[in-house]
Design a protein. Structure first.
Length: 238
Protein backbone atom coordinates (compact mmCIF):
# COMPACT_ATOMS: atom_id res chain seq x y z
CA UNK A 1 0.00 0.00 0.00
CA UNK A 2 2.87 2.37 0.73
CA UNK A 3 4.33 1.73 -2.71
CA UNK A 4 0.96 2.38 -4.37
CA UNK A 5 0.65 5.62 -2.37
CA UNK A 6 4.07 6.77 -3.59
CA UNK A 7 3.21 5.89 -7.20
CA UNK A 8 0.01 7.94 -6.98
CA UNK A 9 1.83 10.93 -5.50
CA UNK A 10 5.00 11.03 -7.59
CA UNK A 11 3.79 9.64 -10.92
CA UNK A 12 0.43 11.39 -11.19
CA UNK A 13 -0.40 12.92 -14.59
CA UNK A 14 1.15 16.33 -15.18
CA UNK A 15 3.85 16.06 -12.51
CA UNK A 16 6.71 15.49 -14.96
CA UNK A 17 5.77 18.56 -16.97
CA UNK A 18 5.69 20.68 -13.82
CA UNK A 19 9.07 19.39 -12.64
CA UNK A 20 10.69 20.07 -16.01
CA UNK A 21 9.31 23.61 -16.05
CA UNK A 22 10.66 24.28 -12.57
CA UNK A 23 14.14 22.86 -13.14
CA UNK A 24 14.66 24.09 -16.73
CA UNK A 25 16.06 27.50 -15.62
CA UNK A 26 18.37 25.79 -13.11
CA UNK A 27 19.95 23.08 -15.30
CA UNK A 28 21.68 22.91 -18.67
CA UNK A 29 22.04 19.93 -21.03
CA UNK A 30 25.07 17.88 -20.07
CA UNK A 31 25.02 18.92 -16.38
CA UNK A 32 25.86 16.24 -13.85
CA UNK A 33 23.18 15.81 -11.16
CA UNK A 34 23.23 13.75 -7.97
CA UNK A 35 19.72 12.70 -6.89
CA UNK A 36 20.28 11.60 -3.29
CA UNK A 37 17.20 9.85 -1.98
CA UNK A 38 15.61 9.50 -5.41
CA UNK A 39 12.73 7.27 -4.20
CA UNK A 40 10.73 6.30 -7.34
CA UNK A 41 12.76 8.51 -9.67
CA UNK A 42 10.30 11.21 -10.67
CA UNK A 43 12.90 13.94 -10.28
CA UNK A 44 15.67 11.80 -11.76
CA UNK A 45 13.56 11.45 -14.90
CA UNK A 46 12.83 15.19 -14.99
CA UNK A 47 16.56 15.99 -14.72
CA UNK A 48 17.44 13.48 -17.44
CA UNK A 49 14.66 14.79 -19.69
CA UNK A 50 16.34 18.20 -19.51
CA UNK A 51 19.59 16.64 -20.75
CA UNK A 52 21.36 16.09 -17.42
CA UNK A 53 23.46 13.04 -16.56
CA UNK A 54 21.90 11.70 -13.34
CA UNK A 55 23.35 9.57 -10.55
CA UNK A 56 20.24 8.30 -8.77
CA UNK A 57 20.73 7.04 -5.19
CA UNK A 58 18.06 4.98 -3.41
CA UNK A 59 18.90 2.48 -0.61
CA UNK A 60 15.48 0.85 -0.02
CA UNK A 61 15.53 -2.61 -1.68
CA UNK A 62 11.90 -2.68 -2.86
CA UNK A 63 11.83 0.98 -3.88
CA UNK A 64 15.12 0.60 -5.72
CA UNK A 65 13.64 -2.33 -7.65
CA UNK A 66 10.71 -0.17 -8.77
CA UNK A 67 13.04 2.75 -9.45
CA UNK A 68 14.85 0.54 -11.96
CA UNK A 69 11.55 -0.54 -13.53
CA UNK A 70 10.37 3.05 -13.89
CA UNK A 71 13.50 4.92 -15.05
CA UNK A 72 16.34 2.40 -15.18
CA UNK A 73 16.23 2.12 -18.97
CA UNK A 74 16.87 5.84 -19.48
CA UNK A 75 20.37 6.24 -20.95
CA UNK A 76 21.13 9.31 -18.83
CA UNK A 77 20.21 7.77 -15.46
CA UNK A 78 22.61 5.59 -13.45
CA UNK A 79 20.98 3.95 -10.42
CA UNK A 80 22.88 2.97 -7.28
CA UNK A 81 21.42 1.15 -4.27
CA UNK A 82 23.17 2.99 -1.45
CA UNK A 83 22.48 5.56 1.21
CA UNK A 84 24.64 8.68 1.32
CA UNK A 85 26.25 9.75 4.58
CA UNK A 86 29.27 11.31 6.20
CA UNK A 87 31.62 8.47 5.25
CA UNK A 88 31.59 5.16 3.42
CA UNK A 89 30.55 2.00 5.26
CA UNK A 90 27.19 0.56 6.33
CA UNK A 91 24.26 1.79 8.38
CA UNK A 92 20.83 0.65 9.53
CA UNK A 93 17.90 1.86 7.42
CA UNK A 94 14.52 2.08 9.18
CA UNK A 95 11.74 1.46 6.65
CA UNK A 96 8.11 2.49 6.92
CA UNK A 97 6.04 0.23 4.68
CA UNK A 98 2.99 2.51 4.72
CA UNK A 99 5.02 5.70 4.13
CA UNK A 100 8.27 4.60 2.45
CA UNK A 101 9.12 8.23 1.63
CA UNK A 102 10.12 8.72 5.29
CA UNK A 103 12.43 5.71 5.58
CA UNK A 104 15.64 6.92 7.21
CA UNK A 105 19.09 6.05 8.50
CA UNK A 106 18.78 8.70 11.22
CA UNK A 107 17.59 7.01 14.41
CA UNK A 108 17.53 10.16 16.57
CA UNK A 109 15.49 12.06 13.95
CA UNK A 110 13.00 9.20 13.68
CA UNK A 111 12.49 9.07 17.43
CA UNK A 112 12.03 12.84 17.76
CA UNK A 113 10.03 13.89 14.70
CA UNK A 114 6.89 11.96 15.68
CA UNK A 115 6.61 14.17 18.77
CA UNK A 116 7.38 17.59 17.27
CA UNK A 117 5.63 17.38 13.87
CA UNK A 118 1.95 16.35 13.88
CA UNK A 119 2.09 15.03 10.29
CA UNK A 120 4.45 12.27 11.52
CA UNK A 121 2.39 11.28 14.56
CA UNK A 122 1.05 8.08 12.97
CA UNK A 123 4.20 7.05 11.10
CA UNK A 124 5.63 3.70 12.12
CA UNK A 125 8.99 2.29 11.03
CA UNK A 126 8.36 -1.45 10.94
CA UNK A 127 11.46 -2.93 9.31
CA UNK A 128 15.21 -2.46 9.55
CA UNK A 129 17.82 -3.43 6.99
CA UNK A 130 21.54 -2.85 6.75
CA UNK A 131 22.53 -0.78 3.72
CA UNK A 132 25.77 0.35 2.15
CA UNK A 133 26.70 4.01 2.58
CA UNK A 134 28.87 6.27 0.43
CA UNK A 135 29.75 9.94 0.86
CA UNK A 136 29.27 12.79 -1.59
CA UNK A 137 33.06 13.03 -1.80
CA UNK A 138 33.11 9.32 -2.79
CA UNK A 139 30.64 10.04 -5.58
CA UNK A 140 32.54 13.13 -6.71
CA UNK A 141 35.70 11.02 -6.87
CA UNK A 142 33.91 8.65 -9.24
CA UNK A 143 31.84 11.00 -11.38
CA UNK A 144 33.08 14.56 -10.83
CA UNK A 145 31.54 17.61 -9.16
CA UNK A 146 27.84 17.89 -10.00
CA UNK A 147 26.16 21.07 -11.16
CA UNK A 148 23.29 20.22 -8.82
CA UNK A 149 22.83 17.88 -5.86
CA UNK A 150 19.31 17.15 -4.58
CA UNK A 151 19.22 15.72 -1.05
CA UNK A 152 16.08 14.18 0.42
CA UNK A 153 17.09 11.75 3.16
CA UNK A 154 14.58 12.22 5.98
CA UNK A 155 16.66 13.64 8.79
CA UNK A 156 20.15 12.61 7.70
CA UNK A 157 20.75 15.67 5.48
CA UNK A 158 23.36 16.97 7.94
CA UNK A 159 25.29 13.70 7.66
CA UNK A 160 25.13 13.82 3.87
CA UNK A 161 26.63 17.33 3.88
CA UNK A 162 29.34 16.30 6.34
CA UNK A 163 30.62 14.00 3.61
CA UNK A 164 31.15 16.93 1.24
CA UNK A 165 34.34 18.99 1.02
CA UNK A 166 33.63 20.71 -2.33
CA UNK A 167 31.39 23.65 -3.12
CA UNK A 168 28.59 22.64 -5.52
CA UNK A 169 26.88 25.18 -7.76
CA UNK A 170 23.37 24.28 -6.62
CA UNK A 171 22.28 22.14 -3.68
CA UNK A 172 18.82 21.47 -2.28
CA UNK A 173 17.90 19.66 0.90
CA UNK A 174 14.67 18.98 2.74
CA UNK A 175 13.56 20.90 5.81
CA UNK A 176 10.85 19.66 8.17
CA UNK A 177 8.93 21.62 10.78
CA UNK A 178 10.22 20.84 14.28
CA UNK A 179 13.76 20.18 13.08
CA UNK A 180 14.98 23.80 12.78
CA UNK A 181 18.25 23.25 14.62
CA UNK A 182 19.38 20.58 12.14
CA UNK A 183 18.30 22.77 9.22
CA UNK A 184 20.40 25.66 10.52
CA UNK A 185 23.35 23.29 10.93
CA UNK A 186 23.01 22.30 7.24
CA UNK A 187 22.98 25.96 6.20
CA UNK A 188 26.08 26.70 8.27
CA UNK A 189 27.90 23.66 6.88
CA UNK A 190 27.31 24.93 3.35
CA UNK A 191 28.53 28.39 4.33
CA UNK A 192 31.76 26.83 5.57
CA UNK A 193 32.32 25.37 2.11
CA UNK A 194 31.62 28.49 0.06
CA UNK A 195 29.51 31.63 -0.28
CA UNK A 196 25.86 30.69 -0.89
CA UNK A 197 22.55 32.45 -1.34
CA UNK A 198 19.24 30.75 -0.63
CA UNK A 199 15.63 30.21 -1.62
CA UNK A 200 12.95 27.73 -0.65
CA UNK A 201 9.99 25.72 -1.92
CA UNK A 202 7.08 24.69 0.30
CA UNK A 203 5.96 21.06 0.20
CA UNK A 204 5.62 19.65 -3.31
CA UNK A 205 5.03 23.08 -4.87
CA UNK A 206 7.13 24.02 -7.87
CA UNK A 207 7.81 27.69 -7.31
CA UNK A 208 10.22 29.60 -5.10
CA UNK A 209 8.91 31.44 -2.07
CA UNK A 210 11.19 34.46 -2.60
CA UNK A 211 11.37 36.41 -5.86
CA UNK A 212 15.08 37.10 -5.23
CA UNK A 213 17.69 34.84 -3.62
CA UNK A 214 18.40 35.76 0.01
CA UNK A 215 21.27 35.43 2.48
CA UNK A 216 21.33 32.88 5.28
CA UNK A 217 20.29 35.27 8.03
CA UNK A 218 17.08 36.27 6.24
CA UNK A 219 16.36 32.59 5.56
CA UNK A 220 16.91 31.53 9.17
CA UNK A 221 14.68 34.36 10.42
CA UNK A 222 11.96 33.20 8.03
CA UNK A 223 12.28 29.55 9.04
CA UNK A 224 12.01 30.53 12.71
CA UNK A 225 8.42 31.71 12.17
CA UNK A 226 7.37 29.54 9.21
CA UNK A 227 4.87 26.82 10.11
CA UNK A 228 5.07 24.84 6.85
CA UNK A 229 5.31 21.11 7.55
CA UNK A 230 8.12 20.55 5.06
CA UNK A 231 9.78 21.73 1.89
CA UNK A 232 13.14 22.12 0.20
CA UNK A 233 15.84 24.72 0.74
CA UNK A 234 17.95 25.65 -2.29
CA UNK A 235 21.50 26.95 -1.93
CA UNK A 236 23.19 28.57 -4.94
CA UNK A 237 26.82 29.63 -5.16
CA UNK A 238 27.10 33.41 -5.29
Amino acid sequence: MGLIRSLLIYWRPGRQKGLREFYAPLLSPGDLVFDVGSHLGDRSLAFASLGAEVISMEPQPLINLWLRKLVGSHPKILIRQEAVGGSSGTNELSISHWTPTVSTISGPWKDRIVDVNPTFSKVRWDRRVEVDVVSLDDLIGLYGIPAYCKIDTEGSEIEVLRGLSHGIGLISFEFIYGNLEATISCIELLEELDDYEFNMVIGENRQFVFHAWIDKNVLIDHLSIDKSSSGDLYARLV
